[in-house]
Design a protein around this ligand. Structure first.
Ligand SMILES: Cc1cc2nc3c(=O)[nH]c(=O)nc-3n(C[C@H](O)[C@H](O)[C@H](O)COP(=O)(O)OP(=O)(O)OC[C@H]3O[C@@H](n4cnc5c(N)ncnc54)[C@H](O)[C@@H]3O)c2cc1C
Length: 399
């Protein structure tokens, strides 16, 4: 039975980073990947351009039962450490907005960089390898797979979350945690579009492809960014962000014109340009298609009215519907399209410095399988890199 220093389960962002860092320190590393190719999620990330980190990554950008847990790993391996590796490989990149760094060319650049570093560090990667059983002892770990049996001193679980099962999303890491008697916190889809089944569904479907700036609030958290109307409901950055904070059955508060106090603005416009049509006033703030469809759907009785024909009460009703709209999503699109899985291995069971299981120090959980989930914008990859590095660092110290 081959004996490695480390077996890493999962050749995604966290697994490859941990493998290359451990390999660079001279450890023998085997990566076992269930899919036929490594790094499938990296390839599809950031619309094919991989938003590989965020210049402003802070612990506040992460959701976790223990909001302090991510701090140690994030300070051991910063955004600038990852950028240095990207630059060393001559990968061209740019800031899209809000500190989000994307490849100029393609996500392939990031995956190739990780694979190249793994190769140079002598890391062995086996793909299309299903693990059947994992035997964990203090002296080492034995894995029985459909390829062969393997053993190592340490096991790193980097199997990711449940999102996008077609891209390798699996519950294997959670099962392993439970096998070790660890607590796994309830999981749900995050960074995911909303679906609607009430009367808003038809309105949103008719606007499919249109987007508008809006402020979305749920559970005391607000995000202001673009909202994209879809055939099934709402998507776009503001929606994906707030979905991680929203619970099923809860209302979603939307301000469809976050930069305008609509009540005040309408009453003022009534005085200064009273002949203007309400619809025309709306099109000064919104795309034409949205203004017309929204008015037809929500307030057909004032569709053809001019501002002077509106009563003050009507102005305030319109203002409420625009600035203080309450929506009831029927749910989310779920793991089929979610970018991440919220919840997962309870951080109480892990060392925040090394990600080792406190009761089984030769087993480590890193990346998305852990109950640390980032906002949209490169934060999830930064967690994958940082948690992987924390483990690799600890493995090397143990040699
Ligand atoms: C469409 C999409 C776009 C995204 N875009 C971004 C972005 O631009 N920026 C960002 O920061 N985040 C993005 N994310 C989130 C990001 O991809 C994840 O947070 C990140 O990949 C998590 O890394 P990981 O290594 O923990 O898990 P993964 O990257 O999911 O890797 C886990 C690996 O483990 C393998 N695996 C699963 N089970 C087993 C098993 N039993 N045995 C062996 N291997 C197994 C999987 O096949 C997979 O290769 C995106 C996610 C999606 C779905």
């Amino acid at each position: 039975m081959p004996k490695f220093d480390v077996i890493v389960l999962g050749a995604g962002a966290a697994g490859l980073m941990c493998a290359l860092k451990a390999g660079q320190k001279g450890l023998s590393v085997l990566v076992l990947e269930k899919s036929n190719k490594p790094g499938k999620k990296i390839l599809m990330s950031g619309g094919g351009r991989c938003n590989f980190t965020n210049q402003y990554a802070m612990p506040e950008n992460y959701l976790s039962n223990n909001p302090h847990f991510c701090k140690s790993a994030m300070s051991q391996y910063t955004v600038w450490d990852f950028i240095a590796m990207v630059e060393k490989h001559g990968i061209p990149y740019h800031e899209k907005e809000l500190g989000q760094l994307f490849c100029d060319r393609s996500s392939k650049d990031i995956l190739n960089m990780l694979l190249d570093e793994c190769d140079r560090a002598g890391v062995k990667i086996i793909t299309a390898c299903e693990t059947q059983t994992v035997d964990i002892q203090d002296e080492g770990v034995g894995l029985l797979t459909d390829v062969s049996a393997f053993s190592a001193k340490n096991l790193v679980v980097a199997t990711g979350g449940l999102s996008i099962p077609k891209m390798g999303g699996s519950g294997f890491g959670y099962q392993l945690a439970e096998q070790l008697g660890l607590d796994v916190l309830p999981k749900r889809a995050g960074l995911v579009p909303f679906i609607f089944s009430d009367s808003h569904k038809d309105l949103f479907a008719s606007l499919s492809g249109t987007s508008v700036l809006a402020s979305l609030t749920a559970n005391g958290q607000t995000f202001t960014h673009q909202v994209l109307f879809t055939h099934r409901g709402l998507s776009g950055p503001a929606v994906l962000q707030i979905s991680s904070y929203w619970d099923l059955g809860q209302p979603l508060r939307v301000d469809w014109m976050p930069d305008v106090d609509v009540g005040e603005a309408l009453i003022k416009a009534k005085e200064t340009s009273s002949k203007q049509a309400l619809l025309q006033w709306l099109t000064q703030q919104w795309p034409n298609k949205l203004a017309e469809a929204w008015l037809k759907h929500q307030f057909p009785e004032v569709l053809d009215k001019s501002l002077q024909q509106l009563s003050k009460a009507q102005c305030l009703t319109l203002a409420d519907a625009i600035n203080r709209c309450q929506l009831k999503p029927a749910g989310t699109e779920g793991y089929r399209t979610a970018e991440v899985t919220l919840g997962g291995v309870n951080t109480d069971a892990l060392s925040s410095k090394t990600m080792a299981v406190k009761t089984q120090p030769n087993v480590f959980f890193i990346g998305e399988v852990v109950d640390v989930t980032g906002h949209l914008g490169g934060f999830n990859f930064q967690w994958a890199w940082a948690s992987a590095h924390a483990t690799a660092n600890a493995l090397c110290l143990e040699k």
